[in-house]
Design a binder for this molecule. Structure first.
Ligand code: ZN
Length: 321
């Protein structure tokens, strides 16, 4: 039996595996075995009826179709450093959307909390039934184009903002690219908003700060992610300097080490991450003068760990002279 694939764009990213998005549109439709599409319509009607009325908001399966003109899907790892391509042949595409929302980019207020398992359950039910009842090899269900939030990141941002604020994490690269405010930024917020929206992938990187090896994510990415969230948090704090990039950036670098610790990093990890955050901070100030604050006084990173003591067997370096 050949392996069959489920892509639940965004949802899988949230649990630390992959996010998927379609690439390579083709003028010719990809093949779908006869009967599979009819079966998919029946599955959509049967399962969809049960999900339309849920406590906390219903879910609608708005489409069941062939993966059609898409030739393949790109799968991205959470650190965005690795991409794999998988063929979309013989696939079924289900679109799911919160009831009353406009998809694929529903409004923020209709976003589902990350802890809400209903979209995950619906996606798995769709996949399971489709694989059992048809010969489709791929099931795609790009729900979760709504933003995700994580309690640990909201708590971190609220700590620095000194009020309750939310860190919004795009569930897929698609929604970040589609966001007209996001172009070329690491994150953004609006004046005196109580939320900030962070570049896709950075929330997952920040949450890895507490893991022994950062969950396999590069330390520089973890450090930048936490720094960016800390920087935005200082924009969200209702203080005099909140609209001054230089003052906000200075507060951020001075807060970073405590941010790492708050997210569960060990003191050694916090030192390690701080050296990367510092490098990023210096880079920003060099490239963009508006981020540069004279006399900021942020601490330079120290040596990461003390060097081992010299050997006492007389084999050490000889004194010159
Ligand atoms: Zn800023």
């Amino acid at each position: 039996m050949k392996p069959r694939a489920i892509f639940i764009a965004g949802v899988l990213l949230a649990v630390g595996t992959f996010t998927a998005f379609p690439v390579q549109a083709s003028p010719t439709a990809s093949t779908l075995e006869p009967g599979s599409l009819a079966r998919a319509h029946t599955i959509r009607a049967q399962i969809g009826a049960r999900y339309r009325a849920l406590p906390g908001g219903g879910l609608a399966i708005t489409e069941a179709s062939s993966t059609g003109v898409v030739e393949s899907f790109a799968l991205l790892t959470p650190d965005l450093l690795e991409t794999r391509f998988l063929p979309a042949d013989n696939g079924i595409y289900y679109a799911t959307c919160p009831v009353r929302a406009t998809c694929p980019y529903p409004a923020r207020r209709l976003a589902r909390p990350a802890a809400d398992l209903a979209p995950h359950r619906l996606a798995l039910e769709l996949a399971l039934h489709t694989f059992l009842e048809s010969s489709a090899d791929v099931v795609v269900n790009p729900f979760a184009n709504t933003d995700l939030t994580f309690p640990a990141l909201n708590a971190l941002a609220s700590h620095w903002a000194k009020r309750d604020v939310v860190v919004e994490c795009p569930a897929s690269l698609e929604t970040w690219i589609a966001d007209k405010n996001a172009g070329g930024t690491w994150a953004y917020t609006f004046r005196d908003a109580d939320w900030t929206r962070i570049k896709v992938g950075l929330c997952e990187a920040a949450l890895a700060a507490e893991q022994p090896d950062y969950g396999g994510i590069e330390p520089w990415l973890v450090a930048i992610a936490v720094h960016v969230i800390t920087h935005e948090s200082w924009h969200l704090r209702l203080w005099q300097g909140r609209r001054d990039e230089a003052r906000v950036e200075c507060k951020a670098i001075r807060s970073d080490r405590r941010s790492f610790l708050r997210l569960g990093a060990t003191p050694d990890q916090a030192d390690d991450l701080y050296s990367w955050a510092w490098a990023f901070h210096i880079r920003q100030a060099k490239l963009f003068p508006e981020y540069r604050l004279k006399g900021c006084g942020a601490k330079r990173p120290g040596p990461l760990s003390p060097p081992p003591p010299p050997p006492h067997d007389g084999s050490g370096p000889m004194a010159a002279g």
